[in-house]
Design a protein around this ligand. Structure first.
Ligand code: DGL
Length: 256
């Protein structure tokens, strides 16, 4: 393993492709192996032990492919497994964090955090809230249906629009600030913005994770240093080849 090795990145499915996209915009010369565990999605409603087991199996596969770092592009897997994974592997393991710090800093009033059940109930998130939300402005909203929406219905614009607006109508029709604490939800940003007619501030943790990865690789002298060529992306998916093709298509869409 050296600075020319690839970076491993994984999620319970398609959501982490949005993180991959942000990382590539920051580190265009790096190459990646992305594993989407769509065969086992969703993670958010599983037990912590099960998510740790699934995450470990994926990290083993990435380490066997000689990656120089692993990005857990999934808030749920980060909550359930980042501590144990960091203890277990010697390469840097970078996780996600719901962007509540910038949201509280840059806005007033209530901040609605949409994430999976597991992310919202795990100790990691509770501690984060305790440390920054002195005025108790954070409102937690699990949105498991949005994971299914992205994982299975992303091609059906009418379905997505209906799913997003019904949910928002029911849970936070007057929100002015939303934190997307699940990487799948980031694919629904256009529909969320449309529902609020643009009068909404949306925060996500993608750039925070990308910067953390960059700093970590830099600190270890592992950033790729041939500034010329654009890096490559290899996609693997535990569900089917169709999901690999779907991922490739989504990557192309995100880059437009
Ligand atoms: N994309 C994941 C996250 O950021 C979880 C989705 C799921 O599998 O429940 O939390």
């Amino acid at each position: 393993m050296n600075s020319n090795s690839k970076i491993g990145i994984f999620d319970s499915g398609l959501g982490g492709l949005s993180v991959l996209n942000t990382i590539r915009s920051l580190l265009p010369n790096e190459s990646f192996i992305y594993i989407g565990d769509s065969g086992n999605a969703p993670y958010g409603t599983k037990s912590k032990e099960e998510v740790l087991r699934l995450s470990t199996a994926i990290c083993d596969e990435l380490v066997a492919s000689d990656v120089k770092a692993i990005v857990i592009a999934c808030n749920t897997a980060t909550s359930a497994a980042v501590t144990q994974l960091r203890e277990h592997y010697s390469i840097p393991i970078i996780g996600m964090e719901p962007a509540i710090k910038p949201a509280l800093k840059q806005t007033e009033g209530q901040v609605f955090v949409l994430a999976t059940e597991m992310t919202l109930k795990e100790e990691k998130f509770q501690k984060l809230v305790e440390s920054v939300d002195e005025e108790h402005r954070i409102i937690k909203i699990p949105a498991p249906e949005w994971v299914t929406c992205v994982e299975e219905h992303l091609e059906d614009q009418n379905y997505i629009k209906e799913c997003v607006s019904t949910f928002l109508e029911h849970h936070c029709p007057n929100a002015q600030n939303i934190v997307l604490g699940c990487t799948h939800y980031i694919f629904l940003k256009p529909q969320i913005e449309a529902y609020f007619k643009g009068k909404i501030e949306i925060f996500d943790g993608n750039m925070g994770t990308a910067l953390q990865l960059k700093n970590s690789l830099d600190g270890l002298g592992l950033l790729k240093n041939d500034g010329s060529a654009e890096g490559t992306v290899e996609i693997r998916n535990t569900k089917s080849e169709q999901y690999v093709a779907k991922s490739v298509q989504l990557i192309a869409q995100l880059r437009k």
